[in-house]
Design a protein around this ligand. Structure first.
Ligand code: ATP
Ligand code: MN
Length: 460
């Protein structure tokens, strides 16, 4: 029976003497006129299985067609390996070639640049690096569900097509079936959305939070985990136009409970991959980022610093650093400020709280000072903001005043959670790709999702 290479290598010498049946893609072939060695990988693990071909048994013209990238089915005896580098290998007895790969196969050599691989994104999952990243991504997604399920949270599905544009989190992509070359207009020249598919303007969601609050004020503890879309022109290594977000929302949680949960959650996820994906993490550590494992261990074993925004600003002002964007009370922090606090000042993850209300969303709970809101951003080394969250305003009058002040319309459904049986509640949003980026040490967020979307890039 066929086994994955991961399973064969796990059992290792226990299988010595047995016939194994493996299938996979050729990474390399080398050797001499007596014997040829093929490194076979089937995606189950970062490690390859070495297949040994005796040239007396397999004629040269057949072995020559086993090029890098071709796909094979091999049966043979598993034996302890003579060579260094692997403990077991397979002495090939039967060979079936599913498909050869001509010499123009783009992934010939090791060490292609990330930029080159981005242009070959349809094939890059076959490289060691992307294999490792994608296996880790899977494990993280599983850890997210496991963490929340084990804590009694319910996975709540919020819509991807939304008619509310009140999150204020970012520009939205519009969803329409109106003919773009002949858009129906009202008398005043505005678009007549009554003719559109939904009879009104609709967009792709930038966040599931507002709908998530409806879930939390009924089920108590919920989380969302789905794609979100932002049409902002952010060409940075930390922004995508389509990314996945995890948004827990908790009834009866104050801001401190929210911070405790965020910290526990991130540590759980990092621990999970250290435990379950060590080989992949080690590969990335050895090949790209020699401090990766150290950084991950550091994050799970240290308390995050908790600091009010006002004190953070003081530290930045007194740092004597020349920032590209000048800093004073009231500014939204740029990545350089966040990273100064985390990487240079505290040398630890920081949870920054109590931001000025002007730079935060309308739904955040106002503090007694009337100037700041109960926001919390979790700031991480290398990444900057990894989580944004807050305690929500649960007071009907304060919230509706704020909604009017901002000129937001069509929010009655949201205000109903405060009108009927309102409760203190909190939540946060974690950008899944930023978490994958942190855990893998990848420099660019475009390299932690199989098919990245960003301005002027929408392939496949
Ligand atoms: P930033 O200031 O980094 O642009 P934001 O404040 O706009 O982020 P929020 O609206 O608070 O982000 O979204 C919650 C989380 O979603 C962020 O903490 C981040 O982890 C993630 N995130 C936000 N925008 C993006 C994006 N364009 N691509 C990937 N992840 C994102
Ligand atoms: Mn934010």
């Amino acid at each position: 029976m066929r086994k994955t290479i991961k399973e064969i290598l796990r059992q290792g010498k226990e299988l010595a003497g047995e016939t194994v049946d493996v299938k996979g893609w050729v990474r390399t072939r080398r050797g001499n006129k007596n014997v040829q060695f093929v490194a076979l990988n089937d995606g189950s693990s970062i490690h390859n299985l070495q297949i040994v071909f005796d040239t007396e048994k397999f004629p040269e013209e057949i072995l020559k067609s086993i090029t890098t990238g071709s796909s094979l089915h091999v049966k043979g005896k598993l034996v302890e390996s003579q060579g260094a580098g692997q403990s077991v290998e397979v002495l090939a007895e039967d060979l079936e070639i599913y498909g050869t790969a001509p010499a123009d196969y783009p992934l010939q050599k090791k060490g292609h640049s990330m930029e080159f691989l981005r242009e070959k994104a349809h094939l890059r999952p076959r490289t060691n690096t992307f294999g490792a990243v994608l296996r880790i991504r899977h494990a993280l997604a599983y850890a997210v569900h496991k963490f929340f399920n084990d804590k009694g949270f319910f996975y709540f599905h919020t819509p991807l097509i939304s008619s509310s544009d009140c999150e204020g989190a970012g520009a939205q992509f519009q969803v329409t079936t109106l003919p773009l070359s002949d858009i129906p207009k009202n008398e005043d020249g505005s678009v007549d959305y009554s003719k559109d598919f939904f009879g009104k303007m609709a967009s792709l969601t930038v966040s599931g939070q507002l709908e998530g609050e409806l879930g939390a004020t009924a089920l108590g503890l919920i989380y969302t985990f789905g794609p979100t879309f932002r049409a902002e022109n952010s060409n940075t290594p930390r922004h995508l136009s389509e990314f996945w977000m995890i948004e827990p929302e908790m009834a009866f949680y104050e801001i401190e409970d929210n911070m405790d949960l965020a910290e526990e959650f991130i540590k759980y996820c990092v621990n999970y991959v250290l435990e379950h994906c060590y080989d992949d993490i080690k590969f990335l550590n050895d090949h790209f980022d020699h401090e990766l494992i150290e950084r991950l261990n550091f994050v799970v074993s240290n308390d995050f610093v908790r600091l009010p925004y006002t004190e953070g600003i003081k530290i930045l002002e007194e740092s004597g650093k020349k920032f590209e964007f000048p800093v004073h009370w009231g500014v939204d922090l740029a990545s350089e400020h966040e990273r100064y606090l985390v990487e240079e000042h505290f040398k630890k993850p920081v949870i920054l709280t109590d931001y000025p209300k002007e730079i935060k969303a309308f739904y955040m709970k106002l503090n007694d000072d009337g100037k700041t809101v109960r926001a919390m951003d979790v700031l991480f080394p290398k990444i900057g903001e990894i989580i944004g969250g807050s305690q929500r305003e649960e007071n009907y009058d304060k919230l509706s005043a704020r909604i009017n002040e901002m000129g937001l319309e069509g929010m009655d459904w949201y205000l109903d959670t405060r009108k009927y049986g309102t409760v203190p509640h909190s939540g946060f949003g974690l950008g899944f790709e930023r978490l994958v980026q942190f855990v893998t040490g990848m420099q660019n967020i475009r390299d932690v999702i199989p098919f990245p979307r960003y301005p002027k890039a929408c392939e496949y």
